[in-house]
Design a protein around this ligand. Structure first.
Ligand SMILES: NC(=O)c1ccc[n+]([C@@H]2O[C@H](COP(=O)([O-])OP(=O)(O)OC[C@H]3O[C@@H](n4cnc5c(N)ncnc54)[C@H](O)[C@@H]3O)[C@@H](O)[C@H]2O)c1
Length: 238
């Protein structure tokens, strides 16, 4: 597989190593200093692009790949306001795109577990819900894309929860997401339901970036020859 890596930072470098170990070729690398090389011409012969950049640049990068007819995997978080526009473009141009706030297999199992727990907790109004995400201090967006996906998963199961906020709150219909920033934390998410008599908690803790990178490479292998807009759960058959 000939891969274009867009964003040669922490994730881009980890993805390069894993992809090369699996026998793939990194045929194009784009970062800040050569952004203008992301052209239709340079994307010719590329089988798939993997994009991990910044909230401000992801949408434009994804659109360029779709225009060039190259399937694109994007893991950049914090650009959900532009996602519908990208999705529409992808359908219009019969392209292929997979955007996920988290590519780790464990987190995608955790997403499913979170929804199941939300469904089970729905009748028990005494429990107060809190979501906490902890990440490294260089993370640009808050709350994390994964925390937003978790909050959306809860809202999909419990219609009393209609929104989330990035702070503590006791408002009944609102999910509080607490963001904590500490050095060198790849990503930890905790969902806690607390009553006066006990608490129930589920937690996912990533030990490194390898889980995200290997999931992104798996998604890249999976999307080749496909048309449409996909999620990680499609790749994993969840
Ligand atoms: N979905 C997931 O599983 C997952 C996992 C980890 C990180 N992330 C997200 O991925 C993104 C990148 O994370 P990171 O830790 O690699 O960050 P990073 O800061 O280490 O790397 C980002 C890279 O993108 C480059 N860049 C900026 N603008 C660009 C542009 N227009 N074109 C090409 N390159 C550009 C930067 O120079 C940098 O090298 C963040 O949004 C982060 O939240 C997602």
């Amino acid at each position: 597989m000939r891969i274009a890596i867009i964003g040669y930072g922490r994730m881009g470098k980890t993805i390069e190593k894993l992809a090369v170990d699996k026998g793939h070729e990194i045929a194009l690398k784009i970062d800040l200093d050569n952004q203008s090389d992301l052209t239709g011409e340079n994307l010719k012969g590329i089988d798939v692009a993997i994009e991990f950049t910044t909230p401000a640049t992801a949408f434009d990068n994804v659109c360029r790949c779709i225009h060039a007819g190259v399937p694109v995997i994007s893991g950049t978080t914090g650009w959900q306001d532009k996602f519908v526009e990208a999705k529409t473009l992808c359908y219009e141009e019969s392209g292929a795109m997979l955007v996920s706030s988290n590519f780790s297999i464990g987190v995608n199992l955790f997403f499913a577990l979170n929804q199941k727990l939300a469904e089970m907790m729905k009748p028990y109004e005494d429990y107060k819900l809190q979501l906490t995400e902890t990440h490294h201090t260089k993370k640009l967006d808050a709350p994390s894309g994964t925390a937003i996906t978790l909050a959306e998963g809860i809202m999909s199961q419990d219609d009393r929860k209609t929104k989330w906020v990035n702070e503590a709150t006791d408002i009944e219909n609102t999910i509080p997401i607490i963001s904590v920033r500490e050095p060198d934390v790849p990503g930890t998410h905790v969902i806690n339901y607390k009553s006066e008599i006990d608490s129930i908690e589920i937690k996912h803790e990533a030990y490194s970036r390898i889980g995200f990178a290997s999931g992104a490479v798996l998604a890249a292998e999976w999307i080749i020859e496909k048309v449409g807009v996909y999620e990680m759960k499609d790749v994993l058959g969840l």
